[in-house]
Structure formats: structure tokens, C-alpha cells
Design a protein around this ligand. Structure first.
Ligand SMILES: Nc1ncnc2c1ncn2[C@@H]1O[C@H](COP(=O)(O)OP(=O)(O)O)[C@@H](O)[C@H]1O
Ligand SMILES: O=c1ccn([C@@H]2O[C@H](COP(=O)(O)OP(=O)(O)O)[C@@H](O)[C@H]2O)c(=O)[nH]1
Ligand SMILES: [Mg+2]
Length: 191
């Protein structure tokens, strides 16, 4: 059984930043669904490059079969990890049902780390992220936020109903956010 922590929050809430620090210090392996999709988009011979880029630019969600397989392959390649930080997934109902179908019997879902941050702050961070992403522009960001509000937040609410959500306010300096996140992990791993 793989231990899994889902890390969710609006675009720019700091998911990647916090996951990198957790990976560094707590032995979890960081799997960013967005990074895996961008790598697949660039992979020579991939049949999915154009489809992935279309969704990324449009702020819509790639079909779960593609994303989930990338995640599972990355988990298989890192069997020795204490657990996995699944960053930016599941983002909609299709993601959630596909994940349950493919991974249901293979994972122990520990909790959902929800980084909450006001949308205007998040958009501003993305516009200054400086990674040259094709979706860090005003037009794509508008669609990404809409997708987050309409499709991703309801997934967080579902997990909340099962008592699985740990919310941390990420509209604060990174060191303060990280401190609270470490406490969440400590509490979860004490059980
Ligand atoms: N707590 C924070 N305060 C200020 N800037 C932050 C904070 N966390 C992340 N950032 C910056 O905001 C941008 C988006 O962060 P990132 O981790 O890529 O977010 P996400 O993966 O949720 O989209 C990056 O440039 C990052 O350096
Ligand atoms: O499970 C996922 C994760 C990401 N994406 C796509 O990849 C984009 C960028 O996702 P990422 O998590 O990298 O963005 P972030 O929230 O970190 O800014 C999203 O808008 C989606 O189009 C997707 O389709 N499925
Ligand atoms: Mg990210």
C-alpha cells in the first residue's frame, strides 16, 4: 500500500513550493500532476502532447486515464518512499472516480492538505512565477480559477465530509505556512 497525501488549493496557492520542502525533509516523494503532464507533453513519441497542451492552455482537465497512469508509473518507480505527495490531483469528478477505479485497492489515503489563499493573491503569484508556463497569463488564469471553483473545490468538500481535509492558510510567508504543514504531517503520522 502506498501512503498518499493529496495537496490541493487554487493555482498559485503554493502547492509545489510546500511539497518541495516536505519532500526534502520528510521523505515523501513529490508528484505534481501538472509537472507529469508537462513532461508527457514534451516526451518524444507521446500521442497525448497536443491534447495535454490544449487542456493546459484552456485551464480544463486532462482525461483521468492519462494523468492517473503517469501518477501510478511514478509511484512504481519510487517504491521505497515513505509516501507520496500527489500535488494538484484529483481536480474533478472524472479524476476522482478514475483514481478510485485504478488505485483504490493500492493506496492508503492519509489526508488532503488544502492550501487556502484568496484568488486575487493566487493570480498575482502565478503572473510573477517566472517559469514561462503557457498558462500563466490572464486569459488562461481566468479559466483555471473558474475550473477550480466549479470542479476542484467540490472535490475538497467531498473529502471534508469524510473528515480528511487539513486546511492551512497559505496567504502568509512560506516559512509560516510550512511550519503549520509540518504539524499536520506530524499529527497524521503519530496515529
Ligand atoms: N506563501 C507564499 N508567499 C508568497 N509567494 C509564494 C508563497 N508560496 C508560493 N509562492 C510563490 O507563488 C508562486 C506559485 O507557487 P507554486 O508553489 O508554484 O503554487 P501552485 O503549485 O499551487 O500553483 C511561485 O512563484 C512561488 O514562489
Ligand atoms: O490532475 C491534473 C493536474 C493538472 N492538469 C492540467 O495542468 C494544468 C496545470 O496544473 P498545475 O497543477 O501544474 O497548476 P498549478 O495549480 O500548480 O498552478 C491545469 O490547469 C490542468 O489543465 C490536469 O489536467 N490534471
Ligand atoms: Mg504547481
Amino acid at each position: 500500500m502506498y501512503n498518499v497525501v493529496f495537496v490541493l488549493g487554487p493555482p498559485g496557492s503554493g502547492k509545489g513550493t510546500i511539497c518541495a520542502q516536505i519532500q526534502e525533509n520528510l521523505g515523501y516523494v513529490h508528484l505534481s500532476a501538472g509537472d507529469l503532464l508537462r513532461a508527457e507533453r514534451e516526451r518524444e513519441g507521446s500521442q497525448f502532447g497536443a491534447l495535454i497542451e490544449g487542456h493546459i492552455k484552456n485551464g480544463s482537465i486532462v482525461p483521468v486515464e492519462i494523468t492517473c497512469s503517469l501518477l501510478e508509473n511514478a509511484m512504481i518507480a519510487n517504491k521505497e518512499a515513505n509516501g507520496f505527495l500527489v500535488d494538484g490531483f484529483p481536480r474533478n469528478e472524472d479524476n476522482l472516480s478514475g483514481w478510485k477505479k485504478q488505485m483504490g485497492g493500492k493506496v492508503n489515503e492519509q489526508f488532503v492538505l488544502f492550501l487556502s489563499c484568496p484568488v486575487d493573491v493566487c493570480i498575482d503569484r502565478c503572473l510573477h512565477r517566472g517559469q514561462g508556463r503557457t498558462d500563466d497569463n490572464v486569459e488562461s488564469l481566468k479559466k483555471r480559477v473558474e475550473t477550480y471553483n466549479q470542479q476542484t473545490f467540490p472535490i475538497i468538500e467531498q473529502y471534508e465530509k469524510h473528515g480528511m481535509v487539513r486546511e492551512v492558510n497559505s496567504q502568509r510567508p512560506i516559512s509560516e505556512v510550512y511550519q503549520d504543514v509540518v504539524e499536520v504531517f506530524s499529527a497524521a503520522n503519530q496515529k
